[in-house]
Design a binder for this molecule. Structure first.
Ligand SMILES: CCCCCCCCCCCCC[C@H](O)CC(=O)SCCNC(=O)CCNC(=O)[C@H](O)C(C)(C)COP(=O)(O)OP(=O)(O)OC[C@H]1O[C@@H](n2cnc3c(N)ncnc32)[C@H](O)[C@@H]1OP(=O)(O)O
Ligand SMILES: NC(=O)c1ccc[n+]([C@@H]2O[C@H](COP(=O)([O-])OP(=O)(O)OC[C@H]3O[C@@H](n4cnc5c(N)ncnc54)[C@H](O)[C@@H]3O)[C@@H](O)[C@H]2O)c1
Length: 709
């Protein structure tokens, strides 16, 4: 604090206490004749992460943000924001209310409110377009993306970027502008620069925004608020911003998105029954890693590791596969480097046919075919080859991790690291904690996932773990609906309308129908006793749908063969078209089995597919395979294209009402008594019996918690 300046540190978020502190300090500074200018900076080198999201669920208290920012902007002394590390949401809105902004070169700026189901409601939708123009403001506000200080400088959002101390640079700037007129620095006074074809710009943006939003309301509201900045004076634009915010603020979507924000962070705070936790277990350092198998998954995993600065040794069985893997990995690294304007780190990966090359690595991730015998032979070999303290991880989709551990000389160092395809893109990592995985092993896998940019979720070791265990039942429902009268495109359309990134049949075609076929064979559901002409619709004591097997027998394996549930232009084609051959195939099938097709509503598709997911989620909680409903939801949001604005299957069930979910499952189970998974789970029944307590209390209703984590 000098004679000229009050430097007021903010804490990470604009809580009621912080708003009070700023309001009072700024008022004092404006009044104090010794003070010529003010610099606002953050505490501990962080400017501000925005409004305190936790306060949104409570009654508002403390000074409101809009008048506070207005008072700063209207002040007669220059106020400079010193942006270190981040200025996000309300934090950037506060900075936009200041007369000047200085950012550190490493700072990130953005208005991410849309990702929380909201819009920047502290004047952000009105001030930003006045500063950057409409297209840039639309981009930032409707996507919520963070930008670098350099991009912010180009857009005019900050006045200066410094590699040095941002607070010192802000003080220097503040002293240099004392006495200059402030009116031109007040963004609310500016006219919004308008593009020539305003209607055209908004029409185009709305189409794009609606397509990307998949039913989310906030992006559309954000675009409307920016339009107000183009068409209305500031004060009326602000009213429009407030009205749009009022609708969003109390919406279920905003609740779901804010729930996801905290659930994502809670997933990182894992704990094991033996008392090991995220905050008492030290992860190992990982400098070098091996990847075994360079097929669909191994390639993406190798790319993730290299991009995170980890040296990789990639192993294949034959020259041909090695060569194709090498070309694919190099291509991905080169394209990524080109996009980012850097040199591809090709020197960080070596390709080999020899497992011996893995002798010095810190950790190995196995990604060979989903075959227990093969994986066991690989793990036995790894035991012989690798350093005794190297971690051995498997990317299996659902095999028993402990059975694999049992063939090694180090069961405590074995853990599942289940990536999702494409592994360099999908954000989810399921970390499968075997009963013998050590705390250090789990901590290393969880931390490595975070370093690779993934959301790591710790789960128990059961067939399919959490994600695929639930997926199987979801897929079963979709197949049964086809038998009963639906078409693949009808089911997919209903699920996409619900908000899924892709319908289940498009996903199946993308992953390859042969994957499930192999799993069903391994589970003994398909074998020599199945009549090839009239395959049974009842196996292992329950209803079974042979439709996907019949497709595989016809060579319809999905995108890779150019035909699956849909038709593609060629093998590897991406654009799914409805196939009349599938329609006739389904008709013949129903005729053969004497099934009369009925009209299936969108409601039935969504309820059966989505409630069966939640029902299995309740069983997973009872079995102790997931620590909390939030973890199950994060698996679905980050691994299976579940619409984030619906929170996840467990959150959705709570929002629809557990009693309704129970009643609908009972209804569908009465209609389909041979589908045991439609029978409501014990935990769901118990929760409804207990008058549907909030999610945080669900675990208290499990009779005996037997955590398998
Ligand atoms: C009818 C009634 C109508 C009523 C209308 C009411 C109108 C109200 C007017 C409101 C005015 C609107 C103001 C503004 O426009 C709204 C906002 O600002 S919303 C918030 C926007 N900000 C963000 O989205 C940023 C979110 N945070 C992050 O991206 C990151 O956390 C970070 C800041 C980049 C830091 O990242 P990391 O260093 O990796 O750390 P973590 O992510 O692990 O976070 C650490 C810790 O902090 C908690 N936290 C972070 N940000 C917030 C936040 N904004 N609010 C609350 N808590 C936050 C985070 O959860 C972690 O805590 P933990 O979970 O570990 O306990
Ligand atoms: N494809 C998916 O969507 C997906 C998603 C998550 C997990 N998985 C799991 O990942 C694993 C790999 O699946 P994929 O789809 O990448 O399979 P894939 O068939 O595309 O690739 C497997 C690769 O492993 C190689 N391989 C086989 N035996 C080997 C050995 N002894 N040493 C070295 N390489 C060997 C093969 O040559 C092949 O290139 C499986 O366990 C699978 O269940 C797959």
């Amino acid at each position: 604090c000098s004679d000229e300046l009050f430097i007021r540190p903010l804490s990470l978020v604009l809580s009621a206490a912080v708003r009070k502190g700023i309001t009072e300090a700024v008022a004092r500074a404006f009044k104090d004749t010794r003070v010529k200018a003010v610099v606002l900076c953050g505490e501990n080198g962080k400017f501000c992460g925005g409004a305190d999201i936790r306060e949104f669920a409570k009654a508002m208290s403390g000074p409101p943000l809009v008048p506070m920012i207005h008072a700063i902007e209207a002040g007669e002394k220059p106020v400079v924001a010193a942006i270190e590390e981040m200025a996000l949401g309300g934090g950037l809105e506060l900075a936009l209310g200041c007369h000047y902004r200085v950012a550190h070169a490493k700072a990130r700026l953005g208005l991410p409110e849309v990702t929380l189901g909201l819009l920047p409601a502290a004047g952000g939708t009105q001030r930003l377009p006045r500063l950057t123009g409409i297209p840039a403001a639309l981009d930032l506000i409707t996507t919520g993306r963070h930008i670098s200080a350099q991009e912010a400088l180009k857009l005019g959002i900050v006045d200066r970027v410094t590699e040095g101390n941002a607070v010192e640079a802000a003080v220097e700037l503040a002293l240099s502008v004392v006495g200059r007129p402030l009116a031109p620095r007040r963004l609310s006074n500016h006219a919004t620069p308008l593009p020539a074809d305003l209607d055209g710009v908004f029409e185009e943006v709305l189409v794009q925004v609606k397509r990307r939003a998949r039913g989310a309301m906030a992006p559309v509201a954000c675009a409307k608020a920016v339009r107000a900045a183009a068409e209305l004076p500031y004060s009326r634009g602000l009213e429009c911003e407030r009205e749009l915010m009022n609708t969003l603020f109390t919406s279920g979507q905003a609740r779901a998105l804010q729930y996801c924000f905290f659930a994502q962070r809670a997933a990182g705070k894992w704990s094991l029954p033996n008392g090991a936790r995220w905050d008492n277990s030290r992860p190992r350092a990982v400098h070098t890693a091996g990847v075994i198998g360079l097929g669909t998954m191994g390639r993406g995993i190798a790319v993730c590791l290299v991009k995170a600065g980890i040296s990789v040794v990639a192993v294949e069985t034959e020259e041909k596969q090695l060569d194709s893997g090498r070309r694919a990995v190099r291509g991905m690294l080169e394209r990524d480097a080109k996009r980012r304007g850097v040199t591809a780190p090709l020197h960080m990966i070596t390709f080999t046919l020899s497992m011996q090359q893995l002798r010095d690595v810190d950790l190995v991730i196995e990604a060979v075919f989903e075959d227990m015998a093969l994986k066991k032979s690989v793990f036995a070999e790894l035991s012989r080859v690798c350093r005794p303290n190297a971690l051995l991880c498997t990317n299996t989709s659902g095999l028993d991790v402990d059975e694999l551990a049992s063939v090694t000389d180090r069961p405590p160092l074995v853990v599942g690291m289940h990536f999702f395809a494409p592994a360099h893109v999908m954000k989810l990592l399921e970390v499968i904690c075997g009963p013998r995985s050590s705390p250090e092993t789990v901590a290393t896998a969880m931390t490595l996932g975070k370093r690779l940019g993934k959301v790591s979720v710790a789960v128990g070791n059961c067939p399919g773990f959490v994600g695929n265990r639930m997926l199987k039942l979801y897929l079963d429902q979709a197949h049964f609906l086809l038998e009963e009268g639906a078409s693949p495109e009808q089911v997919d359309q209903a699920l996409e309308e619900f908000g899924f990134a892709l319908g289940i049949f498009k996903v199946a075609d993308l992953s390859g129908l042969d994957i499930g076929w192999r799993v069903r064979k391994a589970a003994g559901l398909i074998g020599p006793d199945v009549d090839p002409k009239f395959p049974s619709r009842h196996r292992q004591g329950r209803r079974y749908c042979p439709l996907p097997d019949l497709l595989c027998e016809q060579g319809r394996l999905g995108q890779k063969s150019g035909r699956g549930w849909y038709l593609y232009d060629s093998a590897g084609g991406k654009e799914a078209r409805p196939d009349p051959a599938i329609s006739s195939f389904l008709q013949e099938y129903r005729l053969r089995y004497g099934i009369s097709a009925r009209r299936i509503t969108e409601q039935e598709v969504v309820e059966r597919c989505v409630f069966v997911l939640a029902n299995e989620g309740f069983r997973i909680l009872e079995d102790g395979m997931a620590a909390a409903p939030e973890d199950i939801d994060m698996v679905y949001v980050f691994g299976y294209g579940w619409p984030r604005h619906r929170g996840g299957p467990m959150f959705h069930a709570a929002q629809v009402g557990l009693a309704t979910v129970l009643q609908r499952l009972e209804f569908y189970h009465r209609q389909n008594p041979d589908i045991p998974h439609l029978q409501p789970s014990t935990l769901l029944r118990r929760l409804v019996g207990a008058r549907s307590p909030p999610m945080q209390q669900w675990k208290q209703h499990i009779r005996s918690i037997n955590s398998q984590l």
